[in-house]
Write a protein that binds this ligand. Structure first.
Ligand SMILES: C[S@@+](CC[C@H](N)C(=O)[O-])C[C@H]1O[C@@H](n2cnc3c(N)ncnc32)[C@H](O)[C@@H]1O
Length: 392
């Protein structure tokens, strides 16, 4: 950081004159800089508002560093990060609208939340950093999104003064840490498990590795829809994969059903998994309410009945729902296949793509379409294998 030197009496007098004539100066002052003449220096620590989640504050700090040529400290690290165009190619946030419209339900919900968080952080922060463009903030926000680690640290009575002393003062959105070098690791559902404590992070191999073999870590027990929206990729095989069933089951409920489920804490969040048990306890509960009525449902959720006697009927009912969904998935896949890709499928698509770029809208890229096709095929396989398991 270049030293800020005393500007001299003339500048102090001018500052007083400007203030007297209505110029409002808050927390800054004129100063002299070597080779740059006069400039403005922070006259006290200027902090970003404290009530904004760490995600937004980290993104703001990175954006300010990026745009300040004198801030060289982290440039060597920033040079190894993905570019804006890498994010544009992979993150559903930048998918063309026609492609976003065909995202699976879980991914759509995650994308809506992500966009809302990003917008909230931008609206809260841009008044404090008028020189930063939204484009740059979006980029650094995604850097934070894809490269930070969750840091569940204990209470730290003797910690560094910058760290909050009590864990419980923080929400999950505050437990973010950026870790140079650790952020090289790609994710696998069976990767090494990073450990953290008040000193930082460490990683130990989970098994033997041959030289040249990729060493993965696990970012957490994430479904492929989560990985797609938050990180821009999906795994070919993911033992933590699940799909939500809410959009299939909630429309079947009466008002009385909704009240009963809400009262018991069983409303929503029904999932189908790639691993056994295929259906979660919540799904077992809602299905019993739908098929067997209030009394049998209550004995099941109350734990007085394990529900095994009616399991056949429950499975049969769900198989009917899933079979219908499986047909819908085939239709969705046909729609995705029919989408025109930038500059490949036809001259019309190419013309539209250049028009879209001028409009600031994205065109569909073939690799994005391929990811979506793979994802819908995975969902189809998951549903069909559940139908097979439940029909046994
Ligand atoms: C923490 S960074 C890992 C390093 C990153 N690959 C890079 O080039 O800097 C997370 C990003 O890596 C990519 N990534 C991580 N795991 C992946 C995987 N299993 N398959 C494909 N891409 C992956 C995604 O783009 C994700 O947003």
């Amino acid at each position: 950081m270049a030293a800020a030197l005393d500007p001299g009496e003339q500048h102090t007098n001018f500052m007083q004159w400007a203030t007297k004539h209505g110029v409002e100066i808050n927390g800054i002052a004129p100063a002299k800089f070597v080779d740059r003449g006069m400039g403005i220096v922070a006259a006290k620590d200027i902090k970003l508002p404290e009530n904004i989640p760490v995600h937004g504050r980290l993104a703001a700090a990175l954006a300010l560093w990026y745009s300040d040529p004198s801030h060289q400290e982290y440039k060597i690290w920033q040079h190894v990060w993905p570019s804006k165009s890498d994010f544009r190619a992979t993150m559903p946030l930048y998918y063309a609208e026609a492609l976003q419209d065909l995202l699976p339900r879980a991914a759509t919900n995650l994308l809506i939340n992500q966009r809302a968080k990003l917008e909230r952080d931008w609206v809260d922060l841009y008044p404090h950093m008028p020189s930063i463009s939204k484009d740059l903030f979006e980029y650094t926000w995604l850097i934070v999104n894809t490269r930070t680690f969750y840091w569940e640290y204990p209470d730290l009575p003797n910690s560094h003064p910058r760290l909050p002393k009590k864990r419980k003062q923080l929400t999950a959105d505050d437990c973010y840490a950026m870790c140079p070098f650790m952020d090289y690791f790609n994710h696998s559902d069976a990767g090494c498990d990073p450990q953290s404590d008040s000193k930082g992070y460490s990683l130990t191999a989970d098994r033997e590795y041959k030289a040249g073999e990729e060493v993965f870590i696990s970012y957490g027990t994430h479904s492929n829809d989560f990985l797609l929206v938050e990180y821009g990729f999906i795994l070919d095989s993911n033992r933590n994969d699940t799909i939500p069933l809410d959009h299939l089951l909630l429309p079947l409920l009466t008002r009385e059903h909704v009240e009963a489920l809400k009262e018991d804490g069983f409303y929503g969040n029904y999932t189908l998994s790639s691993e056994e048990p295929t259906i979660c306890h919540r799904t077992e509960a809602i299905l019993r309410l739908l098929i067997l009525g209030n009394k049998r449902y209550s004995t099941f959720v109350g734990g007085d009945d394990d529900g095994s006697k009616e399991q056949y009927r429950v499975n049969e009912y769900l198989v009917q729902i899933l079979t219908k969904y499986s047909r819908q998935i085939i239709e969705i896949l046909e729609e995705v296949h029919a989408l025109e890709v930038e500059g490949v499928d036809s001259k019309r698509a190419a013309r539209r793509s250049s028009r879209n770029i001028k409009d600031g809208k994205e065109a569909i890229r073939s690799e994005q379409k391929d990811v979506l096709i793979r994802r819908w095929k995975q969902i189809g396989d998951l549903v069909n294998s559940a139908i097979g398991n439940l029909s046994r």
